[in-house]
Design a protein around this ligand. Structure first.
Ligand SMILES: *Cc1c(COP(=O)(O)O)cnc(C)c1O
Length: 473
């Protein structure tokens, strides 16, 4: 496909006025001498160009998107409508409190809703993503131990954890100690016990863990940690598996982040703005980032005056437009958030049971909202998990997460979410079964996939390390 610069023809795409503005205030040397260099095309050709580009993109509105751990659920369009209301879009972040009561009320109410959903005692909406929430939470934990003059330096992290967990803890200056998983895919309690001592500040856990399995011993773990004077951090990226059924507070956690762009249906992907609100228990409240949105019964206000605050982790109060969308979603769903969880779990178990005869299932237990297969059987025939993922792209499906979690070789991590119909799930199951059959009958077809995408195989390392994003004539 040609770039819009290459398509440029002699049409006059933009007609600027002939009137010359008074530019005396600019130095001659600052004025452009040559042409502006914008492509010239008629409106229809411009529309066709961008439509063609957008058709090449993949999104949830186009097809099934079972990207494990990422919760690619449908983002209802009514949320976009509400976030684009002028009262929200034209407000300046420095508007005095008394002139932006509506927006402050929305943030306050969202904090209150998230308190109920997480069970926590206080919330900050400031962090811009899950990983940013982890960093915020670990900064709070660090500051808490400083405040009681305790020099603990170690953070325990299960070997199934998301890579951002050790990264966030390390950025805060903690030493990372991995905890082993047992043969049921759960935290190995004996290994955990052997690692516990007065140097351990916290454990970072995901529950359900990244294998999609609920940690059965979570209460014992929180008891062990607290008896040791340590805190518990809950990575809430998998909240879609528990909403309304349980919460991190009931499990004994002290700090939690949630990804609004996963569980609460705000758009994500492509590095777009997200939100990773953090909740804490009462004794950690004083360390939250500022501002906190408060209500005194009459007026909503931003409180910057938190004595032991870790400071601000983002300008103003975070990605406001994302908060509006998430709040709209929570109000729209109400008690049905619980039903969303129910269906997410049901959908994952349905696919798992249908596929487990065709792909190996390393941890064969009832799963929560996602599960992990291994492509090892296919690998023996010379077809890697990467090839299977590429072949799925021919079936108008976004590939699942692959090669994560690291404890499963040739991992294929499938998360259907609650958004999909049974027909869509069956279609995906058929596609996966067909690929498994192709591996037996025509492996070449899988190893050379994708066959139908505009770009076939890319060098992923090169694309990530040396992205070529500018047009040069
Ligand atoms: C997505 C995810 C994160 C990180 O969240 P971002 O919003 O992408 O920064 C952390 N942990 C787990 C388990 C995740 O799935």
């Amino acid at each position: 496909m040609k770039t819009i610069f290459e398509k440029s023809n002699n049409a006059e795409g933009i007609s600027l006025t002939d009137e010359v503005e008074n530019l005396d205030f600019l130095k001659n040397a600052d004025l452009r001498q040559g042409k502006v260099g914008l492509p010239q095309l008629g409106e229809l050709e411009v529309m066709r160009h961008y439509k063609e580009l957008s058709d090449r993109n993949f999104c949830i509105e186009k097809g099934f998107y079972p990207l494990g751990s990422c919760t690619m659920k449908y983002n209802p369009k009514v949320n976009e409508l509400l976030a684009s209301l002028e009262g929200f879009t034209s407000i300046h972040p420095n508007t005095p409190d008394e002139y932006c009561q509506g927006s402050l009320k929305l943030m306050y109410n969202l904090q209150e809703e998230l308190k109920v959903i997480t069970g926590m005692d206080a919330i900050t909406l400031q962090p811009a993503a899950g990983a940013h929430g982890e960093l915020t939470g670990m900064m709070i934990i660090k500051k808490y131990f400083e405040s009681i003059s305790d020099k603990r330096k170690k953070v325990l992290i299960p070997d199934s954890a998301h890579g951002t967990n050790p990264a966030s803890a390390h950025m805060c200056g903690f030493d990372i100690i991995p905890v082993k998983s047992n043969d049921k895919g759960q935290v190995d309690i004996d290994n955990l016990k052997s690692l516990l001592n007065k140097d351990v500040a916290a454990i970072m856990m995901t529950n359900p863990n990244t294998l999609g399995l609920f940690e059965e011993n979570v209460l014992e773990i929180s008891k062990l940690m607290h008896e040791n004077g340590s805190l518990l951090y809950y990575d809430g990226a998998n909240f879609n598996a528990i909403m309304g059924y349980t919460n991190p507070k009931l499990m004994g956690f002290d700090v939690v982040h949630i990804n609004l762009h996963k569980t609460f249906a705000t758009p994500h992907g492509g590095g777009g703005p997200g939100a990773g609100p953090v909740g804490v228990v009462e004794k950690l409240k004083e360390f939250l980032p500022v501002p906190i949105i408060e209500f005194d019964g009459e007026i909503y206000r931003r409180n910057y005056d938190l004595k032991n605050s870790i400071g601000s982790v983002k300008a103003f109060f975070g990605n406001f437009g994302v908060l509006v969308r998430a709040y709209a979603y929570i109000l729209m769903m109400g008690k049905n958030l619980k039903e969303a969880t129910e269906n997410a779990v049901l959908n994952a178990n349905y696919i798992k049971e249908k596929l487990k005869n065709y792909y190996d299932l390393p941890y064969d237990f009832p799963c929560m909202h996602e599960f992990v297969l291994t492509g090892e059987r296919q690998k023996e025939k010379g077809v890697s998990t990467l090839n299977i993922a590429k072949r799925l792209m021919d079936g108008n499906t976004h590939p699942p997460t692959v090669y994560f979690p690291l404890i499963v070789h040739e991992a294929i991590m499938i998360e259907p979410t609650e958004s999909e119909t049974k027909e869509k799930l069956d279609e995906f199951i058929d596609t996966m079964i067909n690929i498994a059959k192709e591996v037996e009958s025509d492996p070449e077809k899988v190893t050379s996939a994708p066959h139908s995408t505009p770009v076939r195989r890319v060098d992923e390392t090169l694309a990530a390390r040396h992205p070529d994003l500018t047009y040069k004539e």
